[in-house]
Design a binder for this molecule. Structure first.
Ligand SMILES: Cc1ncc(COP(=O)(O)O)c(C=O)c1O
Length: 287
């Protein structure tokens, strides 16, 4: 039995707990989740998931594509972020193509028996050519760099802290936990798209995401912070967000108790029906 938490870890957690109880008789149980979810930058509740797995004798599999190399104190990923012992998670799948910057390839780690099985049975492994040598050389070098120093992980975290705190002070809502994927919540799909275009005009390449990639009314600009950004880059980006926010006459303000985005479209001549729709979509009261 495989429980897939990839869709929405929080709301399905209780349901899956119940499912595990119902499936006590399954010979093998595997809980599958992303370590970090790519659209919201939120982190799977790994300690709870591991506890659940232990309780019901299940294995845990995490996809670490949005954690490998930079998340956790020294960049070792979600296990490290939570201070879990290495090996607590049975199977880790990850990519060489995201933070490691190699642009292709990936890997699976796990018990020897599983890796032997995959060598015999995993279709992409069996029926594909091996990775190009430059990819392997590059990945190997990146791992060397990461093992020698956690400077890159520290830099990306410092940049993330700076961006998130300055943006929050400026009144924007940044979803997710303290992760370098920083979704700037705007709510309205068209606004997110136009906002991203105006950022590009200022030399900042960010992408607007809207339905069906994210839920309706949850459009956002997803900013990805890197270790190669300087503090000047971060400050300049925040400044550009402020300018575009002002030029669109959009002011975003956090509610003190809720992480739900609150948007005030000030002075913009919106048809009343559209304003009403924006407010309804965001499940807000007016203010
Ligand atoms: C959840 C997840 N897994 C894997 C990947 C990467 O896969 P690949 O290395 O095959 O490009 C991504 C891409 O960002 C991803 O979002």
């Amino acid at each position: 039995m495989v429980l897939n938490l990839l869709v929405d870890p929080v709301s399905t957690y209780t349901k899956h707990s119940l499912m595990l109880q119902l499936k006590l008789d399954a010979r093998m149980k595997l809980i599958v989740t992303d370590g970090v979810f790519s659209m919201d930058g939120n982190v799977a509740p790994l300690p709870e998931i591991c506890a659940l797995a232990e309780k019901y004798n299940a294995m845990v599999f995490i996809d670490e594509c949005h954690a490998t190399g930079f998340f956790g104190k020294t960049g070792r990923g979600t296990e490290e972020y939570f201070g879990l012992q290495p090996g607590k998670v049975d199977i880790i799948n990850s990519t060489l193509g995201n933070a490691l910057g190699v642009a292709a390839g990936g890997y699976t780690t796990g018990p020897k028996e599983l890796i032997s099985l995959l060598r015999q049975r995993a279709r992409p492994y069996l029926f594909s050519n091996s990775l190009p040598p430059p990819v392997v050389a590059c990945a190997s070098k990146v791992f060397d760099l990461l093992l020698v120093s956690s400077g890159y992980a520290e830099k990306v975290q410092a940049n993330t802290d700076r961006f998130r705190s300055q943006m929050t002070d400026a009144g924007f809502i940044i979803a997710g936990e303290n992760h370098p994927i920083c979704p700037v919540m705007l709510g309205d799909a068209r606004l997110a798209s136009v906002f991203a275009d105006q950022m590009l005009e200022r030399g900042i390449f960010v992408i607007g995401f809207s339905f069906p990639v994210v839920r309706k009314g949850k459009a956002r600009i997803r900013v990805q912070i890197s270790a190669s950004h300087s503090f000047e880059d971060i400050d300049g980006t925040v400044e550009a967000f402020k300018q575009v926010g002002k030029s669109r006459q959009v002011f975003v303000r956090a509610l003190s108790v809720s992480k739900e985005p609150t948007i005030l479209l000030k002075k913009e001549r919106l048809p009343f029906s559209r304003l009403h729709r924006v407010i309804r979509d965001l499940k807000l009261g007016t203010w």
